[in-house]
Design a protein. Structure first.
Length: 286
């Protein structure tokens, strides 16, 4: 009988051993100097229909750099509550398991495949639990709260990421004029027919994209909802637009980046030709 990955983990599952043959050590990165910003703005179409913003995002560098971004399903009655609960609850989870993250992401000799598997099981199960508890509290169906998920947490040697549904996770590689933005994973599309997958009662690990990447190879990571991606990522080729680099410069240089990011996501000159969906963007940068 196969045990569900949503059941509680036994204590011995946390006792990872270092690799018998340590991998070649890359240069560790410093975590204290990472800056962050995140903002969610209601779209014009939602405003006209008297809907609240169904996007929610959070970025911080308390124990380590992390971001969580969620986009509530348009057809779900209170998906804004689900998106908010997921972004807050998963960021709290990452802070709570900091002693584990310090071992798993800051030590180059841990088996990254095991770390990837364990974090994915913990986060996917916890995400479902957040929405299940919310449904019980409000006496509603769990699917009324369903939302997509983008998450990234940075370690000194390795950075963990995961994605459920559409939206975009990006990383910035290189420095200066040699820098470039790349997609970390392709989004699960189909949002116009509401066919993208969500954190809901049907979520399994087969729908949970995840992985680890070397931290020293990147200078920033960014997450954005599909509403922001309409303008910032080419829908046909996946090429990242130059405005993302402008956001990176704001995050790393501008002390009032929260104000400038809000203004950018609200600027009609940028977003008038889009579908009017909610827009959210979060970034970690050094």
């Amino acid at each position: 009988m196969q045990v569900s990955h949503y059941l509680p983990l036994s204590a011995q599952q946390f006792l990872f051993n270092a690799l018998e043959k340590p991998v070649k050590k890359a240069q560790p990165i410093e975590l204290d100097n990472w800056r962050h910003a995140g903002e969610a703005v209601v779209g014009y179409r939602h405003r006209v229909n008297q809907q609240v913003c169904q996007d929610a995002c959070l970025s911080q560098n308390l124990t380590r750099p992390l971001l969580v971004l969620c986009d509530g399903a348009g057809s779900a009655a209170v998906s804004d509550l689900g998106a908010q609960a997921l972004s807050l609850g998963l960021s709290r989870l990452l802070v709570s398991i900091e002693p584990l993250l310090a071992q798993w992401l800051d030590d180059p000799e841990f088996d990254i495949a095991l770390v990837d598997e364990m974090l994915s099981k913990m986060i996917s199960r916890h995400a479902k639990g957040i929405l299940k508890d919310l449904a019980m509290q409000h006496k509603r169906a769990m699917n009324d709260f369903r939302a997509t998920l983008l998450l990234c947490v940075v370690g000194r040697y390795n950075t963990y990421w995961c994605q459920v549904g559409d939206g975009y996770l990006l990383k910035r590689v290189g420095e200066g004029s040699d820098s470039a933005w790349q997609l970390i994973s392709p989004p699960e599309k189909g949002e116009y027919a509401n066919h993208t997958c969500f954190v809901d009662d049907k979520l399994t690990l087969s729908l949970f994209q995840h992985g680890l990447m070397p931290s020293h190879e990147m200078t920033a990571v960014a997450a954005m909802s599909d509403g922001a991606g309409e303008r910032l990522v080419c829908q046909r080729t996946g090429k990242v637009g130059e405005m993302v680099e402008w956001v990176y410069n704001e995050v790393t240089i501008n002390p009032t980046v929260a104000k400038s990011l809000l203004g950018f996501l609200s600027d009609p000159n940028v977003w008038n030709s889009t579908t009017g969906d909610d827009k959210s963007l979060a970034m970690l940068a050094q």
